[in-house]
Write a protein that binds this ligand. Structure first.
Ligand code: 3NM
Ligand code: MG
Length: 536
């Protein structure tokens, strides 16, 4: 053991295991390549090794890691940690107690503990462990996580992190973490207070790779871009709250409409059967370029083209496509607009939204009506406020959108006679629109399309204005204003369409609405926008 406790960089924590090595790779070769790729801490985990074999591997690991000045912890075995002169141990809930481990180990030993519940972390705080490992975030083949409660999801991670707030105890997430879901873990794994992870631990993404150096580099790059950003609750909005004024929102919305026309953003939409053609027409009318591509296999290619992504699960199909689309968009820093249509209607939809989609990727915007937002928020606070089943909304809609934004770390849009748009602190209220929107199918879906179109344009414009790294944010550009601009475009166009003399009802209203989306100008938005802004 070293004379003083090592200061540990937990950001990319490799947990080993020789049985995960691919054919043709030796353990030490893989380990060294992984360290060269950016691993900052190593845990030797040998679940099946005999003692002599485990010790031999531990000694070799310590020797190699000392050369690279990387700390080494031993899984479970205090005796191996002592005998190999490692830096400490990592203990599971079923391993030796922390109190006994402390007695056996020198005072400078680092002791980490696996936790998967609030009770576990409360105990770990009392025991003053050096760090906690939280998981399994996702399912994994590396460890048996089949028992109920073993997979905690990004949401479970967040509630445990809230418990750690103020404890000054580093936390790493573990379980099924790969380069393609890492951004969601880092961005989503932040408590509403802003308390976030210190790193992630991975086994198979590095150990099972034929190119462990490239695998570690990929992970390390994503982590670096994340840690460059301050650990504050989500920011898809770029100003200080006090910088948002009604005038500014209107000006930016008008300007963004001009940018949509100029930039013609690709608006990739996975949406429901009822509205596909109509949503594509609305996109073209606004000035965007729609593509309605849902196959999982094409998502990586499409995500490389700048623009916006809309995921609307009105007729829940294409779950694989939706999962792949969102995480590829995250990787390419494209805004994801999630429209969880009818999410409250069935348990299946709830599971798709919460257990699958929102655990896999990070939306920039979640948009829904009162029933949908109520189902997504799913908090006791909101349940006790109640959702009026007739659709007139919440008693305190501003509080609901703030809560949703804090909970999911994104911009929220609650549509209705008044639309509420929030980043968790600022709330923009828009009161444009026309009752005829409620008499055609897919008006809400068109609203999602319009938001994705404006978010796409805003992100392209921001990228052009300042090319380069996105400083840890998932998306460039101000998504709060972009979401408001999308809502304004559709609702203002609906007012103009409804007033046309050739519009006699819902049937004639729909084509007129497409016309007026196409005719819409920045000046008309400025003239008609009814915008109010509140800060907390
Ligand atoms: N501990 P991979 S999950 C070692 O939940 C370990 O505490 C877990 O492996 C926990 O990165 C896990 O291959 C395996 O999914 C993580
Ligand atoms: Mg153990």
């Amino acid at each position: 053991f070293q004379a003083t406790k090592p200061t540990i960089d937990y950001s990319l924590y490799l947990v080993t295991g020789r049985n995960y090595l691919p054919p043709g790779k030796t353990y030490l070769q893989s380990l060294e390549e992984a360290i060269q790729g950016g691993v900052t801490l190593v845990q030797v985990r040998e679940k099946d090794a005999e003692t002599a074999d485990f010790l031999e591997i531990a000694l070799q690991t310590v020797a190699l890691c000392r050369k690279h000045q990387i700390p080494v912890l031993i899984n479970d075995r205090i005796d191996i940690a002592l005998a190999s002169n490692a830096d400490g141990v990592h203990l599971g809930q079923e391993d030796m107690s922390i109190a006994v481990a402390r007695k056996l180990l020198p005072p400078n030993a680092v002791i980490g503990k696996s936790c998967k519940s609030l009770e576990h972390v409360r105990e770990a705080i009392k025991e003053k462990v050096d760090y906690v490992g939280l998981g399994a975030v996702y399912t994994t083949n590396t460890k048996d996580v089949s028992a109920p409660g073993k997979v905690i999801g990004v949401k479970g991670l967040r509630s445990i992190l809230a418990e750690l707030e103020g404890a000054g105890m580093p936390a790493v997430a573990i379980g099924g973490i790969k380069s393609n879901n890492l951004l969601r873990v880092l961005h989503g794994g932040v408590a509403p207070s802003g308390h976030g992870l210190h790193g992630v631990a991975v086994v198979s993404e590095i150990m099972a790779s034929t190119e462990p150096r490239a695998a570690s580099e990929r992970l390390a790059r994503i982590i670096r871009s994340w840690s460059a950003s301050p650990r504050v609750p989500a920011s898809f909005s770029s100003f200080e709250a006090s910088m948002y004024t009604a005038q500014r929102v209107v000006d930016s919305a008008a300007k963004l409409l001009a940018q949509v026309r100029e930039l013609k953003p690709l608006v990739h939409q996975i949406t429901n059967n009822v509205v596909k053609a109509q949503s594509a027409n609305a996109t073209i009318a606004l000035g965007g370029s729609p593509i309605m591509a849902a196959a999982a296999e094409e998502q990586a290619d499409l995500a490389r083209i700048p623009g916006g992504l809309l995921i609307n699960f009105g007729t829940v199909e294409d779950m694989d496509g939706m999962l792949a689309a969102g995480l590829n968009a995250n990787l390419n820093r494209k805004p994801v607009v999630f429209d969880p249509v009818g999410v409250g209607a069935t348990t299946y939809r709830q599971t798709c939204a919460h257990v699958q989609l929102l655990n896999t990727w990070q939306p920039a915007v979640i948009k829904g009506n009162a029933a949908e937002i109520g189902a997504i928020v799913n908090s006791d606070e909101v349940k006790s406020q109640g959702v009026d089943s007739l659709g007139s909304g919440f008693k305190d809609p501003a509080a609901v959108v703030r809560l949703l934004s804090k909970q999911e770390r994104c911009i929220s849009v609650l549509s209705g006679p008044t639309d509420y748009i929030s980043d968790g602190s600022t709330v923009i209220r828009l009161s444009n629109g026309h009752p005829l929107l409620g008499q055609i199918t897919g008006a809400g879906c068109m609203l999602g399309t319009a938001i994705a179109t404006f978010c796409g344009a805003a992100s392209i414009a921001a990228e052009r204005a300042a090319p380069g790294d996105a400083y840890g944010s998932l998306v460039r550009g101000d998504m709060l204003t972009a979401a408001a601009a999308g809502v304004l475009a559709l609702t203002v166009a609906s007012e103009i369409a409804a007033q046309r003399s050739d519009v006699r009802g819902p049937g004639t209203f729909l084509p007129a609405l497409i016309d007026e989306l196409a005719n819409l100008t920045p000046e008309v938005i400025r003239q008609r926008a009814k915008v109010e802004v509140d800060d907390e």
